[in-house]
Design a protein around this ligand. Structure first.
Ligand SMILES: Nc1ncnc2c1ncn2[C@@H]1O[C@H](COP(=O)(O)OP(=O)(O)OP(=O)(O)O)[C@@H](O)[C@H]1O
Ligand SMILES: [Mg+2]
Length: 267
């Protein structure tokens, strides 16, 4: 395997709570993400998925272990530089649009924060707006658009500064199935066009299988990786895969792994 772009090495995270008890959120996590790859993370609520990507962004510090991105290693003592953070994009479950900015101003916010003003980025913003059928709403305010539309704006805002690494944390929260599918196909196209490295968190196993080249399956208490599954389908992926037998087998394999996790929790 060629040298990974993002490596998580022996990372553990213990959170101290207010009543002084501690939560072992993650234990001995090892992950690798190749440059330009598309990898998903699935697992039950609370297994530490969001914590992992917040550590890649260096918002949360690991208690033990280290993270390496593009050859630079950071950990509990060594922080990541601002320049490197700018190469990352985040898409959260809640779109968190600012009500006093228009749709387009919201999309362009990362450019403003990172000081990237240019005609070129303005065009990127328009192209992304167009890709999610929102160009006609560029000058509308968040209060004037639907919840699903806000979600779409949240998704494209995470990629407007053309990050090298895009981390998506259950980005489609309240979206209906068909909009999700449409956005996923758009995402695959953007992924192919840009060569971005995508780390995708989802509860939806079918979505993980459809989109990714590899899926990490996690378990909770403490959060750890229980399986790593290569999804061997040709590119480009299409919605037609959903009806293939092999697709169903992958989904079942992952669902069984997650099912086992739930059973052991009950015990
Ligand atoms: N800032 C924090 N302080 C204390 N505990 C935290 C903090 N952030 C997360 N945790 C705990 O760490 C564990 C993992 O949380 P995390 O948000 O990473 O889970 P998740 O897999 O993203 O869950 P979900 O699927 O519900 O989003 C949980 O037990 C959570 O309560
Ligand atoms: Mg989460």
């Amino acid at each position: 395997m060629e040298k990974p772009f993002v490596t998580i090495e022996n990372v553990s995270k213990i959170f101290q709570t207010r009543n002084r008890s501690s939560i072992a959120a993650l234990k001995d996590i090892n992950m690798q993400f190749g440059k330009g790859g598309f990898v998903s993370i699935v697992g039950p609520s609370g297994c530490g998925k969001s914590t992992i990507i917040r550590m890649i962004d260096d918002i949360i510090k690991p208690t033990a272990g280290a993270i390496t991105v593009d050859g630079f290693t950071y950990d509990n003592n060594v922080p990541i530089s601002k320049e490197r953070v700018q190469k990352m994009g985040f898409i959260f479950q809640a779109p968190n649009l600012y009500p006093w900015f228009t749709v387009k101003q919201n999309v362009m916010l990362p450019l403003k924060i990172y000081g990237k003003h240019s005609q070129e980025y303005d065009e990127v913003a328009d192209r992304l707006l167009d890709s999610v059928n929102m160009l006609g709403y560029a000058d509308a305010y968040p209060a004037e658009i639907s919840g699903g539309m806000s979600q779409r704006i949240g998704v494209i805002r995470g990629m407007v500064h053309e990050p090298e690494i895009l981390m998506m944390d259950e980005p489609y929260g309240a979206l209906d199935e068909s909009t999700r599918e449409q956005l996923n196909m758009e995402l695959l196209k953007i992924w192919k066009d840009t060569g971005m490295t995508i780390i995708f968190i989802t509860h939806n196993v079918e979505e993980a299988v459809l989109l990714s080249e590899r899926v990490y399956v996690m378990e909770s208490h403490p959060g750890r990786i229980v399986a790593e599954i290569n999804i061997e389908f040709d590119q480009p992926r299409t919605l037609g895969l959903l009806t293939e037998e092999k697709f169903g087998r992958y989904c079942m394999e992952i669902e069984n792994l997650i099912g086992k996790i739930d059973l052991s929790k009950v015990k």
